[in-house]
Design a protein around this ligand. Structure first.
Ligand code: B16
Ligand code: MG
Length: 218
C-alpha cells in the first residue's frame, strides 16, 4: 500500500507544456532558428535557465552573456505568462480532479512537485490548490529535476516514507528524479520517452480509477 501521491504540475495536472513550447518557439524565431517539438521534449520538467541553455545549444547560439541570458529567459516568461492568463478551471486535464479526489477519500496525502516558479499562479488560475496538502515548486528548491530534491522535500513535508510514495510525471527529467528519490513512478505520456517509469499511461482520461487503485494496492 502507499501513503502519498506526488504530482508534477505542467503536463500532468494542466497542459501548460504547450504554452512553454509556444513561448520558447517564439524566442527561437526571434533568434533566427526553428525550434522543433522534438527538440522541445528535452526542456520538459527542467528549470527555466536550464531550458534556455538547451534551446541556445539547439540553435547553435554561443557567446551569450549571463545578462543576455537573464533577459532572454524573462522575455520568454512574459510571453508564457500571457498564455497562463487564459487558464480557467476547465483546463485541468480530464480525469485528474476525480482521481485525486478519490485518492484523498482513501486517506492518501497529496502534493505538487513542480519545477515551475509560476506554479502558485497556475494552481490559482485553475482553482485546484485545495486538492493538495503540500506544494513544492521552483521557488522553494535549490536543485531542479532530475535531482531528487523536490520529490524528497514533498515526502518530508507530507511525513511520508519515499518508498511509499507514488509520483505522476510527464517528463523524462521528472521520472528520473522520482526514481532517484526511491519512489514508484507512473509516467503520463509516451512510454518510449518515459522508459524508466514503473508504469506508463497515455492520460488520466484512459484511467479507470478503480483499476489503478487496485494496481497501486489502496
Ligand atoms: P517556469 P513541471 C516545469 O514544470 C516545466 O515542465 C518546464 O518546462 C519548465 O521549464 C519548468 O517548470 C520551469 O518553469 O519557467 O514557469 O519557472 O513539469 O515541473 O510542473
Ligand atoms: Mg511536467
Amino acid at each position: 500500500s502507499f501513503e502519498a501521491a506526488i504530482f508534477d504540475l505542467d503536463g500532468v495536472i494542466v497542459d501548460t507544456a504547450k504554452f512553454h513550447y509556444l513561448a520558447w518557439k517564439r524566442l527561437a524565431g526571434e533568434l533566427g532558428f526553428v525550434f522543433s517539438e522534438q527538440a522541445n521534449e528535452q526542456l520538459k520538467g527542467v528549470s527555466r535557465m536550464e531550458s534556455l541553455e538547451l534551446l541556445l545549444r539547439d540553435g547553435g547560439i554561443t557567446e551569450v552573456t549571463p545578462e543576455q541570458k537573464e533577459s532572454l529567459a524573462s522575455r520568454k516568461n512574459e510571453w508564457y505568462k500571457e498564455y497562463l492568463a487564459t487558464l480557467t478551471p476547465a483546463d485541468v486535464l480530464p480525469g485528474v480532479a476525480d482521481f485525486i479526489g478519490l485518492l484523498r477519500s482513501q486517506g492518501v496525502r497529496t502534493a505538487i512537485a513542480s519545477a515551475s516558479q509560476n506554479a502558485p499562479l497556475i494552481l490559482e488560475k485553475v482553482n485546484i490548490r485545495p486538492l493538495f496538502d503540500v506544494v513544492v515548486d521552483g521557488n522553494s528548491i535549490a536543485r531542479a529535476k532530475p535531482d531528487p530534491e523536490e520529490f524528497l522535500q514533498a515526502a518530508r513535508l507530507l511525513g511520508a516514507d519515499p518508498a511509499r510514495c507514488y509520483v505522476f510525471e510527464d517528463a523524462a527529467a521528472g521520472v528520473e528524479g522520482a526514481v532517484r528519490a526511491g519512489m514508484r513512478v507512473v509516467g503520463i505520456g509516451d512510454r518510449a520517452l518515459l522508459a524508466r517509469a514503473h508504469l506508463t499511461l497515455t492520460s488520466f482520461e484512459q484511467l479507470e480509477p478503480v483499476f489503478l487503485l487496485s494496481h497501486l494496492g489502496v
